[in-house]
Design a binder for this molecule. Structure first.
Ligand code: AHR
Length: 334
């Protein structure tokens, strides 16, 4: 298991789709959309799992990909088929359709945006292939379209960031700019919501907010725009470390000192972000744990075995100020 403490919340009933998948792994598999058989199937002891990753947009994503690839190995009983969607929903839908055609035992994916998944998930369900969501949620009325969702509580992450900011700076009339994640993505929607709820009633004001698409380059460009437009920015709230690191570059290029002239709060706590926190360039980071591979492996094995799985597995996150980062960085896994 990952070092994550899992808050096992809602217990799902035994998975009908898992039973479908088991059935499909045996005799009549072999049609283009029949689950399981073509790639070996779980009846030979190997679970063929098709994983559609969002992309390679951030340090967090790199750590998440590594965790999945390091865990879903042949030694651990998996035949992992992995694809990178380059942050495009159409690429993810194409990958999922390809996994359905190949007849994998399980499909897992981290949805780049929340909406627009019902049709392809219904195709997977019709083919008897169970789906596991990792990292990000889908916004679907029909929860039977997936077996389990493993990932952090992004609203809580935003709240933790906002609560720290209020605790530190309320009463000083701080002007805040926000670097949002990918438009329509669960972490962008939820981290915004949580932060706004936490600062409500304080004298902190969000004076501008734009997407930086979770990348360092776009975070820098958007921050340059903010600095050209506003001369009264006190704090940057970035939905991930990479955009915060881009903002640092823009602030330094404008002749100011990040972490002092303009405070920075981010989410993720990957090594580069933690180093910037230790260096005093970032002021606070809320963690988002990317090590989801072990939990995915465990849930996939249970689903294929027809065992009960939890519908929602919440990965617990912590938060770091500069002092805490100094202690944590030397032994940080990612
Ligand atoms: O969905 C998790 C988010 O996606 C991470 O916080 C961000 O860095 C990544 O791109």
């Amino acid at each position: 298991m990952a070092r994550t403490t899992l808050t096992r919340t809602v217990l799902a009933a035994a998975s009908a789709a898992a039973l479908f998948a088991l059935g499909a792994c045996s005799s009549d598999a072999g049609t283009a959309t029949g689950g399981g058989g073509q790639s070996g199937g779980a009846d030979d002891g190997v679970i063929t799992l098709g994983f559609s990753q969002v992309g390679a947009e951030s340090g967090w994503r790199a750590a998440n990909t590594k965790s999945i690839q390091d865990t879903l190995t042949a030694e651990n009983g998996f035949d992992l088929k992995f694809s990178d969607a380059q942050q495009k929903q159409e690429n993810q839908i194409q990958a999922i359709r390809s996994y359905i055609t190949q007849g994998v035992d399980v499909i897992a994916f981290s949805p780049v945006v929340e909406t627009g998944w019902d049709a392809v998930l219904e195709e997977a369900k019709a083919a008897g292939i169970p789906v596991i969501l990792t990292d990000r949620a889908v916004d679907s009325e029909d929860e039977s379209l997936y077996e389990s969702f493993i990932g952090s509580d992004f609203v809580k992450e935003g709240q933790m960031a906002g609560e720290w900011v209020v605790d530190q700076y309320d009463g000083e009339g701080y002007k805040v700019v926000e670097l949002q994640g990918t438009t329509g993505a669960a972490p962008a929607i939820d981290r915004k919501e949580g932060f706004e709820a936490a600062i409500e009633g304080s004298d902190l004001e969000i004076i501008d907010s734009q997407t930086g698409n979770f990348t360092r380059a776009e975070g820098k460009t958007v921050m340059e725009g903010f600095l050209n437009k506003h001369d009264d920015i006190d704090l940057v709230y970035a939905h991930n470390d990479d955009m915060g690191l881009g903002a640092i570059e823009a602030i330094e290029a404008a002749g100011m000192t990040p972490g002092e002239d303009i405070k920075i709060v981010t989410v993720d706590a990957v090594k580069d972000g933690m180093q910037a926190l230790v260096d005093g360039k970032i002021n606070y980071i809320v963690e988002c744990n990317p090590l989801l591979g072990p939990d995915l492996a465990e849930i996939a094995k249970k689903v294929v075995a027809g065992e009960e799985v939890e519908k929602r597995i919440v990965v617990e996150d912590q938060a770091f100020d500069q002092e805490a980062a100094k202690e944590a960085l030397p032994t940080r896994e990612y």
